[in-house]
Ligand binder design. Structure first.
Ligand SMILES: Cc1ncc(COP(=O)(O)O)c(C=O)c1O
Length: 394
């Protein structure tokens, strides 16, 4: 047999930086939920941050038309010119800041954009400051680039404000950037214009993840880091605002003198975003507003229902979060070990939630619930949770 002659190699040794990465627990819960579904279970997915709405019909049509028309090749590594122009115009419309299309680099989602930016800014021994609780991938990207994340605690009593004085106190001569997520995952918090301006005054590049802008409630408004800082790196994308997670499309808006380095990274790491998907992005910007508005209306209603239901079940929920589509709820009454609790709720009640520890030790004892899920499924999840939690509290 052919394989007999093959020499036996020991398993490949993984590079040391891999051991620095933590698994993304929201994905791990989802993958376990998929396995349960394959066995026939009906799982309610409150774990993953994915809109349940369909993408804008115009985006789907544009993608299909582009494919049929043979738009299947590489593009300029920075993205198709009409899309970059539309992104620049969109940012001007949303935030009143003038952006040149030359500052825009289209990526295969916000995640590759984050990798490009941290690859540019961070080298071995550098530090990057971020508020915590935090989106789990930020510290992993920073560590992957050889850097060290430095966490500044934020508190529900202050609306999870990232205190510029605390950031200044955490700063060292090795600090290279400050990460801001607003509206934030997992807290749904929004940083005020004053806070962002005070952070910008510290003179370090702001890496501003604005992927949840447009999904805000009760008249809340988002300030872009670009409104208060010339040197900000803005990350944004189509996954959340236009329910286009699987399209994989995002972008970076960078200071002009940083674009060339990002372009070189993009050429080498990813070449370009998918051509036909870029056409979908253009259509979403031009004709996707109805989808965003409909999502916002539904999410505001679902947020209120979920917050009330969770409080009634005994979770601690501070003020209703003003943006994104998550509730970070204190679950210590049921189990201080968030991984164990999330696992028990998934296995026993078939309700997927994300363990708070995914968002850092500051969120241990919490669970994150995503409300980008149909109203009926939220009701059903609350029903299922009641007996399961009574079991856990025993
Ligand atoms: C704060 C934040 N940034 C970035 C991402 C990644 O988004 P994308 O689908 O554009 O890669 C997510 C996804 O959940 C997120 O919550």
């Amino acid at each position: 047999m052919a394989h007999r002659n093959r020499s036996l190699h020991p398993p490949p040794k993984a590079a040391g930086r891999i051991a620095l990465l933590q698994p993304f627990l929201a994905m791990e819960v989802m993958e376990r939920a998929f396995a349960l579904e394959r066995e026939g279970a009906d799982v309610i997915h409150l774990e993953i941050g994915e809109p349940d709405f369909d993408p804008p019909p115009a985006a789907v049509a544009a993608c299909a038309e582009a494919l049929a028309a043979g738009e299947t090749r590489y593009t300029d590594s920075r993205g198709l010119a009409p899309l970059r122009e539309a992104i620049a115009a969109d940012r001007e419309r949303r935030f009143g800041v003038s952006v040149s299309p030359d500052q825009v680099l289209v990526t295969q989602g916000t995640s590759p954009g984050l990798l490009l930016v941290f690859s540019l800014l961070v080298e071995a021994g550098d530090q990057v400051i971020l508020g915590t609780p935090h989106y789990p991938c930020y510290p992993n990207f920073i560590r992957y680039c050889g850097g060290e994340p430095v966490f500044v605690p934020t508190r529900p009593e202050d609306g999870y404000r990232l205190d510029p004085d605390a950031v200044a106190a955490a700063r060292t001569d090795r600090t290279r950037a400050i990460v801001v997520g607003s509206p934030a995952n997992p807290t749904g918090s929004i940083q005020s214009r004053e806070t962002l301006a005070a952070l910008a005054e510290l003179g370090l590049p702001l890496v501003s993840d604005e992927i949840y802008d447009g999904l805000v409630y009760d008249g809340a408004r988002v300030t872009s880091a670009a409104q208060v800082a010339d040197g900000a790196f803005v990350l944004d994308g189509f996954s959340k605002r236009y329910a286009m997670t699987g399209f994989r499309l995002g972008y970076v808006v960078a200071p002009p003198d940083a674009v060339r380095a990002l372009q070189i990274l993009q050429q080498n790491l990813f070449i370009s975003a998918n051509r036909f998907v870029q056409h979908a992005g253009l259509a979403a910007l031009e004709r996707g507003e109805d989808t965003r508005r409909a999502m916002c209306e539904a999410y505001a209603r679902r947020r209120d229902r979920l917050v009330a239901g969770l409080r009634e079940l005994g979770f601690g929920v501070p003020a209703p979060p003003p943006g994104a589509f998550y509730v970070l709820a204190d679950a210590t009454r049921f189990d201080a070990d968030s991984r164990r609790l999330a696992s028990r709720l998934l296995e026993g009640a078939h309700v997927g939630t994300t363990p708070g520890i995914d968002f850092g030790p500051a969120a241990e004892g919490h669970l994150r619930f995503c409300y980008a899920v149909d109203d009926d499924r939220i009701e059903a999840a609350l029903e299922r949770l009641r007996p399961a939690l009574a079991e856990c509290a025993r």
